[in-house]
Structures are given as structure tokens and as C-alpha cells.
Design a protein around this ligand. Structure first.
Ligand code: PLP
Length: 400
């Protein structure tokens, strides 16, 4: 390996550990928690200048705070973004990205396979302010040209999608959007910027639920939007007045969590691929979906766009809904939760939880069949993960 030149940026693993808020008078080794609602000014003139944005400085933690800024600085380095904003949840980040940029009369073109709350935001909340939407098949971007309208202002996609793990060709979609002056927003929660960097592929904004792999230990709810500086400026104006800020405590935990993200993602992906490949060999399984399995319908795209397949595996038991329920009840070590991206292996039945707000037809259109199980593969030893799934499959087969 060639030694790095002193002028080059360190590797991203190093930046995620070493980029930090400047140490205070005690020269603490790790960034402390700035649990303060407001910040003092040395005099009235400075207060006026900082408040007016003429001079740098912190004002009030609804606006910004040092822990949030460290988190955003690290994530911008990771995503290749100019700027970003930290928010109280992934949904706050998505709502801010949409409501902060759109006006009454605007139209959103979105991939049909979206997280349940994002779907309800588009279909039940934004229409109240005259913002319309069209869903198109994210797996066939070539057909999207016909869906753009003169009033289309924004495209929204999730790749891989929750829970079906369908992919969207980001470079192809970015080209369609760029030609029409449409803003492309990508929810990168499932891949994380360790596996996929949408901005390098042409996206304008990236949104995350940091609740998932970025935290990685199931402790915090949070979200971020990252991307083009002018767009982030608009979102910042919207967020400062509407108040969906991330607390300093959650920002502090999240910033520390980023220090181990590359290591954690490597193990999540290794374990998930091993579980998916093993599931394919088991009787009683109708389908297994994992982006880095050659059987995934978009395997070529996955290999082009992502550096590994991610931590989620989706599969359908041959026995449908009844078998799905029996399987979840038979799990021993793995937890049944709606969350994902945790160090602990978790399993979810999307039709009755995360996507229960959709009608049966809507679920069917996005591949959420009654017996679909989503496993977020954790960091336990792979033999123990497979052993737990294997015994649950055996119980399911015996009762079947
Ligand atoms: N986007 C995706 C892909 C998700 O899976 C989720 C939550 O599961 C969200 C957004 C919403 O994030 P939060 O629960 O942090 O609001």
C-alpha cells in the first residue's frame, strides 16, 4: 500500500473517529455532551451579530448545537455532502425535506416501495396542502420519463426498499431528474453511506433514519438530511421555525456510534449474506430476497451501486400468514420488534406492523405478501443466528 500524502484526506474510517468538535479548556479526549438549551454572548453587539448570522456562534439548541454539528460534519464526510441538518427522527427528516422544499401545486414522483409512514405522509398529509404524488415502479426506471409532469418538483426513492429490498437505479434516475430540474431525494437508511453513496451517483439530498444502523444499538430515535448547501439552507429555515431538532444527547450518542459504523456494517453484511444463502437451501421457504444473492432480480444493479448487500434479509414462508406468525413465535434468541439495524438480530412481520397502514392492495403492489418476514441480521455469531432461525423453521414445519 502507498503511504498517504500529508495533503490528502485521511481514510473515511479515520475521519469518522478523528473529526470532532474542538476540545474545551479541560482538553477532554472525547467530545463532551453539550446539554444546554442556549449559549451566552460576551456583549449585546455580539448577540445581535450572531443572531443575525453575521458572525459564527451558537444561539439556541432548537437551531443548532455542538453535538449536532459534530454528527453532521462526520456524516457529510461519509456521504460526500456539502451540508446537513440533524432532526428528531427519520420521519422529521423526511417531512422537513418534503415540506421544506415543496409548495402548494407541486407534484412528487416517488417509487411505490416506501416505508409505511413515508407512504402515509405522501398520500394523506401532503395532499392537505395541495401537494400531489404519483407512484411508479422503482425497479423499472426506464419507464419513469412518462410520469414526470410540468409541476413535478421532487423525486423520492428508497433503495433498498423497506421491507421488500427492491432497488432503484440511482444514476439513471438522477439523469432523468437533472434533465428536468427536479430534485432527487434518496432515503439511504437501509444501505447506509458505507455501502452506497447516492450523492456521488447524482442525488441532491440524502435522508436517513439514524435510528437504524447509524445508531446500531437501538438506543435513539433520530434523522438527518444531507446534500446540496442551498437545499439544506432552505430546510434549515423550515426546521428552525417548526422545531423538529435532534437533542444534544441523541446527537452525542449517534456521533460516537459512527466511529464503529464501518466495522459494524461489514459484519452485518457478512452475517446477512450467510443467512440468506443458507435460507435458500431450506425446505418450506418460498422465496428469499437479498441484494447480493445472484437470485435477486436486480443483482447486477446491486453489485454496481452497492459495495455489499446490507443487513436485511426478507423471505416468504411457503405456509403464508399462519406460517409467518408461527415462525416469529418460535424464535428464541432473535427479538420481535418493529425496529431494525440493531446489534441484536430482530425479526418483523411487515404486513401486521410497519406496513399495516397500507391497504391489502397497496401492500400487494409493493411485494408485501401476508407471509413476508423481514430479518435484520445482527452482530451475534452467525452460527447462533442460523441455529435460532433453523429451530423456528422446524417448529413451523412441525405445526404446519
Ligand atoms: N425510512 C426508512 C427506510 C425506515 O425504515 C424508517 C423507519 O423504520 C424511517 C424512514 C422512519 O424513521 P424513524 O422511525 O426514525 O422516524
Amino acid at each position: 500500500m502507498q503511504p498517504k500524502q500529508p495533503t490528502e484526506q485521511p481514510h473515511i474510517e479515520t475521519q469518522l473517529i478523528r473529526r470532532r468538535t474542538a476540545a474545551g479548556p479541560h482538553r477532554e479526549q472525547v467530545t463532551p455532551l453539550y446539554m444546554a438549551s442556549g449559549f451566552t454572548f460576551p456583549d449585546a453587539a455580539t448577540a445581535r451579530a450572531v443572531y443575525a448570522g453575521e458572525q459564527p456562534g451558537y444561539v439556541y439548541s432548537r437551531w443548532e448545537h455542538p453535538n449536532g454539528d459534530e454528527l453532521i460534519d462526520r456524516l457529510c464526510a461519509l456521504e460526500g455532502a456539502d451540508a446537513g441538518i440533524a432532526m428528531a427522527s427519520g420521519m422529521a427528516a423526511l417531512f422537513t425535506a418534503l415540506a421544506g422544499l415543496l409548495n402548494s401545486g407541486d407534484h412528487v414522483l416517488a417509487a411505490r416501495s416506501l416505508f409505511g409512514a413515508t407512504h402515509l405522509l405522501l398520500t394523506t398529509i401532503l395532499p392537505r396542502w395541495g401537494i400531489s404524488y404519483t407512484y411508479a415502479d422503482g425497479e423499472h426506471i426506464a419507464s419513469w420519463a412518462e410520469h414526470f409532469r410540468p409541476e413535478t418538483r421532487l423525486c423520492l426513492v428508497e433503495t433498498p426498499s423497506n421491507p421488500g429490498l427492491g432497488l432503484v437505479d440511482l444514476a439513471a434516475l438522477a439523469e432523468l431528474c437533472r434533465a428536468r430540474g427536479v430534485t432527487l431525494v434518496v432515503d439511504n437508511t437501509f444501505a447506509t453511506p458505507i455501502l452506497q453513496r447516492p450523492i456521488a451517483l447524482g442525488a441532491d439530498l440524502v435522508v436517513h433514519s439514524t435510528t437504524k444502523f447509524l445508531d446500531g444499538q437501538g438506543r435513539t430515535i433520530g434523522g438527518v438530511a444531507l446534500g446540496d448547501a442551498l437545499l439544506i439552507k432552505e430546510l434549515t429555515h423550515f426546521a428552525r421555525q417548526t422545531g423538529p431538532s435532534l437533542s444534544p444527547f441523541n446527537a452525542w450518542l449517534l456521533s460516537q456510534a459512527l466511529e464503529t459504523l464501518p466495522l459494524r456494517m461489514a459484519r452485518h453484511c457478512q452475517n446477512a449474506l450467510a443467512l440468506a444463502a443458507w435460507l435458500e437451501t431450506q425446505p418450506g421457504i418460498a422465496t428469499v430476497c437479498y441484494p447480493f444473492l445472484p437470485s435477486h432480480p436486480q443483482y447486477e444493479l446491486a453489485r454496481r451501486q452497492m459495495s455489499a448487500g446490507g443487513g436485511l434479509v426478507a423471505f416468504e414462508l411457503a405456509g403464508g400468514l399462519a406460517a409467518g406468525r408461527c415462525f416469529l413465535d418460535a424464535l428464541g434468541m432473535s427479538d420481535i420488534v418493529a425496529n431494525l439495524g440493531d446489534a441484536r438480530t430482530t425479526a418483523t412481520h411487515p404486513a401486521s406492523t410497519t406496513h399495516s397502514g397500507l391497504s391489502e392492495d397497496e401492500r400487494r403492489a409493493t411485494g408485501i405478501t401476508p407471509g413476508l418476514i423481514r430479518v435484520s441480521v445482527g452482530l451475534e455469531h452467525i452460527d447462533d443466528i442460523i441455529a435460532d432461525v433453523a429451530q423456528a423453521l422446524e417448529v413451523t414445519a412441525d405445526r404446519g
